[in-house]
Design a protein around this ligand. Structure first.
Ligand SMILES: Cc1cc2nc3c(=O)[nH]c(=O)nc-3n(C[C@H](O)[C@H](O)[C@H](O)COP(=O)(O)OP(=O)(O)OC[C@H]3O[C@@H](n4cnc5c(N)ncnc54)[C@H](O)[C@@H]3O)c2cc1C
Ligand code: SF4
Length: 521
């Protein structure tokens, strides 16, 4: 499909957005609807609905970001983070859980105190400032349990979790706030409960910028999407402002687009890499990095899984994958022995994932003993708060280059002691849920997952000496360079990040539009 509008490479009146996922897709539409001309560069190609099939392995090959990344520390070495290179970004693959951050999590430093070895910090504004943007984001995405939108029905995995949860004393449980249609809405159908959410949702019931924000941006006539266009460097003028972006097109040719302002939403690793790769004589440590904080304070949420063989059939693969949550443990309660909290989500693991992650290297009877009882499996995913640490960071490999000729990103990540305590406690809590219902066997999946939630490498804060971006996501150093993804988060909370990314993108669009207008005036 071709974009309805095109802009000349030397048209310096456009705002360039890098990435068409949750942050970039949302921002592009919001700017274009305000009458601002937007060129969006997207490294991936554009799938049609006919390309989306209910087949995890096939879809993995179609949309996953597979260029080399190196993990160091407590993170898978060869596949440290899991995200997508495709129009719609990782919103094609995500499971659409959309909780809000809690007030105390946005004041992490004030609430938890200075945990040794961490660089946790408060957000530069409070939850009350974000609430109107959360409301807009929830309406835009059609989040269940908000704006009168009915919640999804309870699938079996949820019912098992809820029954066990009640037995151990949990009370705050529901089928989650998800950006999945429980009834037809916004031109898209309701969820069929087939359970292939991470394959891309062939029906379009799940919100993805591929078929929501991107086409709506195109409808404005103020938007051009350039697919298979990988941004490789930003160019600055004498005054330090970004004047153009260089990118490789689908044929591998180097191109350039002049611009008025640029918003980078490449999902943290690529956002950081682009700025580090754009170092100049004036900014030898990378663009917008006078604080030296670019790439630091990387957070990824603490993910662990618990899989139980239940006495009867559960069929965890049937139904929306993340439509179930226990929220009782999201509070901050130092009596548990750690700072921050965690969610317990229902989750579905395919037989392949179980073989690879639950029992790596296992085969024969040990593995088949679990797989043949697949219908009896129930599973929970722990999503825990990850404290920022200065040495958890994204850097460039000194010698290794990827297929674009760019230095390969290195993600260094080690757990804080607080995290280990949180995960131990959370795994114990999840096991109790299933033990309470007489589970026959329970397995743990700890330290096996790549990161699916990336946050914190260009964080927001009022002090330019300690933060890369200001409270609007504009870099402190460069007045026309913005960041529009999870890189901005000063703390992670224990809630899945995308609703917050979308809320911040909507807020940024409002601010940027006003800035551009005032310059024009
Ligand atoms: C299995 C899985 C389940 C998930 N479930 C949830 C969930 O339930 N709830 C939740 O909140 N979050 C979930 N997430 C995370 C969620 O998908 C991300 O938080 C969200 O998509 C991030 O939005 P983004 O815009 O920052 O990045 P993305 O959506 O990843 O988009 C970034 C885009 O930028 C493009 N890009 C990157 N670099 C360049 C470049 N240099 N030039 C051009 N284009 C570039 C990429 O190709 C990509 O399309 C999940 C993730 C995974 C992997
Ligand atoms: S379960 Fe619902 S959201 Fe998930 S893939 Fe099926 S229709 Fe889409």
């Amino acid at each position: 499909m071709t974009s309805p509008r095109t802009y000349a490479p030397d048209d310096a009146s456009v705002v360039v957005v890098i990435g068409s996922g949750a942050g970039g897709g949302t921002l592009s539409r919001a700017l274009a609807e305000r009458g601002i001309d937007v060129v969006c560069l997207e490294a991936g190609g554009r799938l049609t609905m006919a390309d989306i099939v209910n087949d995890e392995a096939q879809m993995f090959g179609k949309f996953t970001w597979l260029d080399e990344r190196i993990g160091v520390g407590d993170i898978p070495a060869g596949f440290p983070t899991w995200n997508c290179k495709t129009v719609g970004g990782t919103t094609l693959h995500w499971t659409a859980a959309c909780p809000r951050l809690q007030a105390h999590e946005m004041k992490a430093l004030s609430t938890y105190g200075k945990l040794p070895g961490t660089s946790i910090s408060d957000w530069p504004f409070s939850l009350s400032e974000l609430v109107p943007w959360y409301e807009r984001a929830e309406h835009l995405m059609g989040v269940t349990g908000t704006h009168g939108i009915e919640r999804l029905p309870a699938n079996n995995n949820f019912q098992v979790m809820e029954a066990g949860g009640r037995r151990v004393g949990y009370r705050d449980m529901d089928t989650n706030n998800v950006a999945i249609n429980s009834a037809p809405r916004d031109g898209r159908p309701s969820c069929l409960q087939l359970g292939f959410c991470t394959s891309g949702c062939a029906t379009g019931a799940k919100w993805s910028t591929l078929y929501t924000e991107v086409p709506k941006a195109e409808q404005t006539g103020r938007f051009e999407l350039r697919t298979q266009c990988m941004a490789i460097g930003l160019q600055s003028g004498k005054d330090g402002r970004v004047t153009a972006v260089r990118y490789l097109d689908a044929q591998g040719e180097t191109r350039e687009q002049k611009l008025r302002a640029i918003c980078v939403a490449g999902n943290v690793v690529e956002t950081t890499r682009l700025l580090l790769n754009s170092a100049t004589e004036q900014s030898p440590q990378g663009l917008a990095n006078s604080s030296g904080q670019l790439g630091r304070n990387y957070m990824r949420h603490l993910l662990a899984g618990v899989v139980a063989v239940m006495p009867g059939e559960v069929n965890m693969h049937k139904g929306a994958q993340c439509a179930g949550v226990i929220k009782d443990e999201t509070r901050h309660d130092p009596a548990r022995g750690f700072a921050g909290g965690f969610q317990l989500h229902t989750v579905m693991f395919t037989p392949e994932t179980l073989a690879n992650l639950l029992m790596p290297g296992a085969w024969g009877r040990k593995l088949s003993g679990v797989i043949e009882r697949y219908r009896k499996l129930a599973a929970l995913l722990i999503v825990g708060e990850d404290p920022a640490m200065p040495d958890n960071r994204v850097t460039l490999h000194p010698t290794r280059k990827d297929r674009y000729g760019l230095p390969v990103p290195v993600m260094t990540y080690r757990h804080h002691d607080n995290s280990r305590k949180l995960v131990r406690y959370a795994v114990g809590a999840a096991k109790k849920v299933y033990s309470a219902l007489g589970a026959e066997e329970i397995y743990e999946m700890v330290d096996v997952f790549p990161s699916t939630h990336n946050m914190g490498t260009a964080r927001m804060g009022d002090d330019p000496a300690r933060n890369v971006c200001n409270r609007w996501g504009r870099t402190h150093d460069i007045a026309n360079l913005y960041i529009a993804d999870g890189s901005l988060f000063p703390s992670a909370g224990c809630e899945n990040p995308t609703l917050t990314i979308v809320a911040l993108a909507l807020r940024q669009a409002d601010y940027l539009a006003a800035q551009l207008e005032s310059v024009q005036a």
